[in-house]
Ligand binder design. Structure first.
Ligand SMILES: *Cc1c(COP(=O)(O)O)cnc(C)c1O
Length: 509
């Protein structure tokens, strides 16, 4: 047992920080070492034996707790490693760690201004600056939410409350059940490649997932706008009320960008709220090349709300997600969602919590504010340009390698998606191809087995994904600014080939 003698917090923290310093720097160094694994993968039953998960009655003090901190570092995924390509986020960077540290020290709460004055103004200023970058003008701004799904949910509830305010008090009772209602069954339109959080939002709002209409996509994973308009008209003819169109800027699997400007014309024509889910690709607005040449986010300023996650593409620590609007910034959300909680909100328009679904709020804005200050808009843009270039270079390498086949060529954004047929399965694969259903089942099995072997090896973490009616495929996300095309990406293909040689395919199906 450790007896706690009184030490003042500053002295206690000083001692812990010195210990922490060495552990953390070593962890980051290992993440940058080309020879070091991304993770020492252990299944849960093994991990229970290695890490002490017991929660004690008596405190373990500095020694015991630091032992646990060390084993947490040793057994976690090292996201500083550029071969961590599994998800849409990568490791953070030094200023990212410092920003989290500052938040920890402040332990602030961004619901009311007078408990977090600096942090509240940072939130107002950074959402306004992003709104201006998106082309939303001087009256833009917004709020931070605990993730892109939460931002999308806040967008949908705000749209519903603004367009049909009676639902705020009376609940959702559409025509024909309520002949007096000014709306029929509310409908949401989004592409077939959208993120599931759009469905989740409809579920939470009580609209039901049947209220979502999935619009088909083209060969670049973009929503087919001609079909969108037809589906809206069919919905109206059924007596329903289309109210919300979601355009995705950077789809989760393929990285497609829906054509926001033409979707916006349709939204205006049919009195729908236009939301853009830019959780993944929205941050590309920091790149001058994207703004001025590629045009992927053209029309973003016409959106009523726009979700953008700096914690993905910009390397800001999780979570960091904002919802931006041209309609009076955060006041739109307060206006649409405020309740009379007078014990907390005393009428100060700088009280940001009034617009959200939660109460207390983590001041995540500080993290992108500091990243922007440190790197500048151009530095953040350069990170994106580099990722786009590396994804294009890697796409070229995959195209050239025998046995590999790209799902989309060229890759739409920073994801590179492909299948791999090991040489020993070449003849069988040619047979499978004769029947698309057979090919789908067999190739999915091939990809799952290869993927499991690659990830358990620990040198890489990558993901696989389904899409439409295709066989599952590898999805490699190029995001880390330290990724090296030849050392890291080409070597991944070697590792997949090795796995293809090691698996006993005779007994695999
Ligand atoms: C990642 C992602 C989300 C969800 O963001 P979270 O922060 O993980 O909740 C939503 N939409 C798209 C397109 C995404 O890629």
């Amino acid at each position: 047992m450790v007896t706690q003698k009184f030490v003042d917090s500053a002295t206690e923290l000083d001692g812990m920080l010195q210990r922490m310093h060495d552990l953390v720097i070593q962890h980051v160094r290992e993440g940058q070492d080309a020879e070091h694994a991304v993770v020492n993968y252990l299944p849960p039953e093994e991990l229970y034996k290695v890490v002490d998960f017991a929660l004690p009655d008596q405190g373990a003090g500095v020694e015991g707790t630091f032992e646990l901190i060390k084993s947490t570092l040793d057994n976690s995924v090292n996201s500083w490693n550029p071969r961590f390509m599994d998800k849409l986020y990568a490791g953070t960077n030094p200023i990212g760690v410092i920003s989290e540290f500052l938040l920890g020290v402040l332990n602030g709460n961004c619901h009311v201004y007078h408990v977090s004055p600096v942090l509240s103004l940072m939130e107002i200023e950074v959402t306004k600056a992003v709104g201006k970058l998106l082309g939303m003008g001087d009256a833009s701004g917004g709020l931070f939410c605990p993730g892109g799904s939460a931002s999308n949910l806040l967008a949908m509830v705000t749209a519903r409350n603004k367009l049909y305010p009676s639902i705020k008090t009376k609940g959702y009772i559409p025509r024909p059940f309520n002949p007096e209602a000014e709306y029929g069954k509310l409908k949401v339109f989004t592409s077939a490649h959208c993120h599931y959080s759009i469905d989740k939002a409809a579920l939470v709002l009580g609209l039901g997932t049947d209220s979502i209409v999935k619009v088909p996509t083209d060969e670049r994973s973009r929503m087919r706008v001609d079909v969108l308009e037809r589906l809206i008209n069919e919905s109206i003819a059924r007596g329903e009320t289309p109210f919300f169109i979601n355009a995705t800027a950077g789809t989760t699997v393929m990285g497609g960008f829906d054509p926001i400007r033409s979707i916006s014309s349709i939204a205006k024509k049919y009195n729908c709220w236009l939301h853009v889910d830019g959780s993944w690709g929205g941050s590309a607005i920091f790149s001058q090349n994207v703004r001025e040449n590629l045009g992927w986010l053209d029309g973003a300023g016409l959106a009523d709300t726009f979700t953008l996650n700096p914690h993905k593409l910009l390397g800001v620590p999780l979570q960091c997600s904002m919802l931006v609007t041209p309609h009076q910034g955060h006041l739109l959300f307060a206006n649409a969602n405020n309740l009379q909680a007078d014990y907390l909100f005393h009428g100060n328009p700088y009280d940001l919590g009034a617009g959200t679904i939660g109460c207390g709020r983590r001041p995540d804005a500080l993290k992108i504010f500091l990243a922007w200050k440190f790197y500048g808009k151009d530095g953040l843009g350069a990170r994106i340009d580099r990722a786009i270039k590396a994804a294009a270079d890697f796409t070229d390498i995959v195209r050239e390698r025998p046995g590999f086949e790209l799902v989309a060529d060229p890759s739409a954004f920073c994801q590179v998606c492909f299948w791999y047929v090991p040489p020993s399965l070449k003849d069988e694969a040619a047979e499978w191809k004769k029947d698309p259903e057979v090919f789908k089942v067999k190739m999915t099995r091939v990809v799952h087995l290869l993927h499991e072997r690659v990830n358990h090896g620990g040198d890489f973490l990558v993901d696989h994904a389904p899409l439409d009616n295709l066989a599952h495929f590898f999805r490699i996300v190029i995001n880390a600014p330290t990724v090296n095309v030849h050392r890291d990406l080409a070597k991944l293909l070697d590792t997949i080939e090795d796995a293809g040689r090691e698996i006993d395919w005779k007994n695999a199906f």
